[in-house]
Unconditional design. Structure first.
Length: 510
């Protein structure tokens, strides 16, 4: 495994570009990959061979439109970091710029010359591979590989646009403006272009540098749950998250504030690769997290369907049983505890439920690539901070917080409806009083075609009834009177025909 990692390390450095991103991802998976691999690839996080400074100077001056000596008070030629797509140098602003921005020390981030062409070649290769995989039924039935490659390609192209990265940094800072756990470097927009980015210098302690953290009086084990919680906030609450949280992009900044809850903050840098979670997907993810924390197999399957990972046509009864059994045996275990479980138990579980899982129409939504990446990197960083870290210890309290928020929203909605109803009730006596007044003075006008038709029908029925009564009365009266006065009696009986005809005519009207 070590030899494999060494060969891959050399290959990634030789090819550069997106291959280094793959190596960075592998190096951060301390929770699932052996140390022989992660230790060998760790250097790819922030030790990529630097570009000679003359090439960096030429590109920066071309972008800024002036010699660096006229734009900055000083620029250090030795880079503080060399990454796959660019490298960073410490610099100092000119006095006037420093006075305007309130900053003195800054970091000048410059793209690697020719990186556009390298990314284009890498994406062309990935598109070819994605096209091949789309013909493999097992893959195509679960993911639209060409679409996923295009999503990754769009993200990669945004990552080499420093104007986009600067905008992402400001948006991220706004999301955490009221959070004392997170800090973000300020952007110097006057010294920023598509290929040059100037930021506040916030370089501190690398999040996985245990020795430096301990020397600063910071317990790495206490950093892990805070980092996990902040990442949860990004994905489940804000919907805008850092999709590349490998150790080279996260720092711990000590603070000197005796009143603060903790003596440090998480400092995020490199906002080139960001992800967004649509509201519907975010709602499904929140339900998924709550169900997972509650060990609710049925709720978890329903949330998976809501998110779009499971097709709506799937028969989920057996999957619900599998999830319930999984929670019953392994739920709540951390990675360290899972390593202690007898492998035969995993095999038995796989035999029992493997066919069920394989038969279900799972699919990978297009917006899930970065979510999976961010959660994988988060898990790896937390495991490196604390070998006994149990993700459930962070999931459960966060899920409880989400559940309280959900209940709060329901209560808020019910409260709003109650206030609306109370408002109507308070206005009702006055409105009824006004209605009665209008009825009394005859100014009430009601327009209802259906009601008018019904009233007209009732009116005709009443007319017919009256006519029939008059007819009966005249007929009977005529019969009675005719005994004593034949002429008058006959007249009354003949006259009774008039109301009879009226009643019959009124009954036929529509």
């Amino acid at each position: 495994m070590r030899r494999f990692a060494q060969r891959f390390h050399v290959l990634a450095v030789d090819l550069g570009g997106l291959m280094i991103k793959v190596g960075q991802f592998m190096s951060s998976r301390l929770d699932v990959l052996p140390p022989e691999i992660t230790a060998e690839l760790e250097g790819l996080q922030d030790e990529v061979p630097p570009v000679p400074f003359p090439a960096i100077r030429a590109l920066a001056e071309e972008e800024l439109g002036a010699p660096l000596g006229q734009v900055f008070a000083s620029v250090e030629e030795t880079p503080i970091a060399a990454a796959s797509l660019g490298q960073a140098h410490r610099a100092r602003l000119l006095p006037l710029d420093a006075a305007d921005t309130g900053l003195d020390s800054v970091v000048l981030k410059v793209q690697r010359p020719g990186i556009d062409a390298i990314v284009d070649v890498d994406l062309a290769a990935l598109r070819k591979v994605g096209g091949w995989l789309s013909h493999v039924r097992f893959v195509s039935s679960r993911a639209n590989m060409p679409a996923l490659v295009e999503e990754f390609g769009q993200t990669s192209l945004e990552e080499i646009d420093y104007l986009q990265e600067a905008a992402n940094a400001e948006r991220f800072a706004t999301d955490f403006a009221d959070d004392d756990k997170v800090t973000v470097p300020d952007v110097v927009w006057e010294r920023t272009t598509r290929r040059v980015l100037t930021l506040e210098d916030v370089t501190a302690i690398k999040i996985t540098d245990a020795e430096a953290l301990l020397a600063a009086g910071i317990d790495p084990a206490k950093v892990a749950p805070v980092f996990a919680s902040v990442m949860f906030d990004q994905m489940f609450t804000n919907g805008f998250f850092h999709a590349d949280p490998h150790p080279g992009n996260i720092f711990i900044t000590p603070i000197d504030d005796p009143t603060a809850e903790r003596a440090w903050k998480l400092t995020f840098i490199d906002f080139g690769m960001m992800g967004e979670v649509p509201p519907k997907t975010r709602s499904g993810l929140r339900k998924l997290l709550i169900a997972a924390a509650a060990r609710d197999g049925k709720g978890l399957v329903a949330a998976i369907s809501d998110v779009g990972v499971l097709a709506t046509s799937a028969d989920t009864a057996e999957l619900e049983r599998a999830m319930t059994a999984l929670f019953g045996r392994f739920g709540g275990m951390g990675f360290a505890e899972l390593r202690e479980v007898d492998p035969r138990e995993f095999r038995e579980f796989a035999v029992e439920f493997g066919d069920v899982v394989r038969s279900l129409p799972f699919q990978l939504p297009e917006n899930f690539l970065l979510i999976i990446r961010a959660m994988s990197l988060t898990s790896g960083v937390c495991s490196s901070l604390d070998a006994t870290f149990n993700l459930w210890d962070s999931v459960e309290p966060y899920a409880a917080k989400l559940l309280r928020d959900e209940r709060g929203n329901i209560v808020q909605d019910v409260g709003k409806q109650a206030l609306d109803a109370a408002g109507v009730a308070l206005r009702l006596p006055k409105r009824v009083d006004g209605l009665i007044t209008r009825i009394e003075d005859g100014s009430l006008s009601v327009k209802s075609p259906r009601l008018e038709r019904q009233v007209a029908q009732l009116h005709r029925t009443a007319q017919r009834l009256v006519s029939m009564l008059v007819f009966g009365a005249l007929l009977i009266a005529g019969a009675v009177v005719r005994v004593d006065d034949a002429v008058l009696g006959s007249v009354l009986m003949i006259a009774s025909v008039v109301p009879l005809l009226h009643g019959l005519w009124a009954g036929r009207r529509r």
